[in-house]
Design a protein around this ligand. Structure first.
Ligand code: ADP
Ligand code: ZN
Length: 289
């Protein structure tokens, strides 16, 4: 028997099969199109592998409370065709004897980084992605944190920089953190895609101002042992140091943290934290039995 992982993104679904010692034996990436077409391709990939458990880390927002009828569903996503899609229901239908572990993509990544990545050996961390959107997963006492739903740190509010007049890209809040600082805002402000912006462009100081501020808020609210940054925008090698500096400046010495270059780092499992976390969640479910 095997375990599976599905990192369900708005652009692609990364699927992996491992044996129960976590050795990956097959992996693929499936474009996210309509739910029917995408699920058919997922089921075809996993067909040769009878699985005891599958960990799913999904784009969101998702229904995560087992007591609610929306559990296992994707909720108000802008992704066409996926609104209110019952993903766990569809997987259970196909694999009635397989345990499904359902969480957010960023929760899975936080878990992967805690167990095998940048926060290895710690019992708490926050993982934040800065990509097409901004989202963060929280691990506390070694377990994923959730309450009435999953945290939506990407949509928290930040103090606007006095010189910033950009309206923001969030369809709900306009100038929340994601609206002011996710990848699309870089292009929205400058007309240049993030990956093509020069290192000496002044936009990076503004970017660091907002991300640094968000990390101050996370630290003051959750006091995690470590904060890990990933996502496309963090491919800018100079950005981490700017964020660390903005964090120190805005924290203003109020709360003691570990040295900032240990406390705030980039991911140790680039592009693999999510799928690794999905497999770990499945493996643990099997081990509990
Ligand atoms: P997603 O969030 O959709 O999973 P990514 O994490 O790859 O995907 O993020 C995509 C976003 O990151 C886009 O807005 C893109 O312009 C931006 N991006 C990708 N590479 C870079 C880079 N090297 N520097 C700055 N921004 C980048
Ligand atoms: Zn928002």
């Amino acid at each position: 028997m095997y375990i599976g992982g599905i990192e369900a993104g708005g652009t692609k679904m990364i699927c992996a099969v491992a044996d129960e010692s976590m050795t990956v034996i097959d992996q693929t990436s499936i474009p996210t199109t309509s739910p029917a077409e995408t699920l058919a391709a997922i089921f075809a990939f996993f067909a040769p592998y009878p699985m005891r458990a599958v960990g799913v880390g999904s784009f969101g927002p998702i229904g995560i409370d087992p007591h609610q009828s929306t559990y296992g569903h994707i909720l108000a996503t802008p992704k066409a065709g996926w609104q209110h899609m019952d993903v766990v229901g569809a997987l259970k239908n196909q694999w009635p004897d397989t345990e499904i572990i359902w969480t957010t993509d960023v929760n899975a990544a936080a878990y992967g980084e805690l167990r095998l990545g940048a926060a290895k050996g710690k019992s708490s961390c926050v993982y934040m992605t800065v990509g097409t959107g901004i989202g963060a997963g929280v691990v506390r006492d070694g377990e994923l944190f959730q309450g009435i739903g999953h945290p939506e740190i990407g949509h928290t509010f930040v103090k606007r920089h006095p010189d910033d007049t950009y309206p923001g890209t969030c369809p709900y809040h306009h100038d929340c953190l994601e609206g002011l600082a996710a990848g699309p805002s870089l292009e929205g402000r400058t007309g240049i895609k993030g990956q093509d912006l020069r290192e000496d462009h002044p936009i990076w100081d503004l970017q660091a101002y907002y991300i640094g501020q968000a990390l101050v808020n996370i630290t003051l609210t959750l006091a995690p042992e470590k904060i890990i940054l990933g996502g496309g925008v963090m491919n800018q090698p100079h950005l981490l140091a700017k964020i660390q500096e903005a964090f120190v400046q805005q924290m203003a010495g109020y709360m003691e943290t570990p040295p900032v270059n240990e406390y705030i780092t980039t991911w140790a499992l680039p592009n693999q934290s999510g799928i690794t976390g999905c497999l770990l969640l499945a493996q643990e479910k099997v081990a509990q039995k």
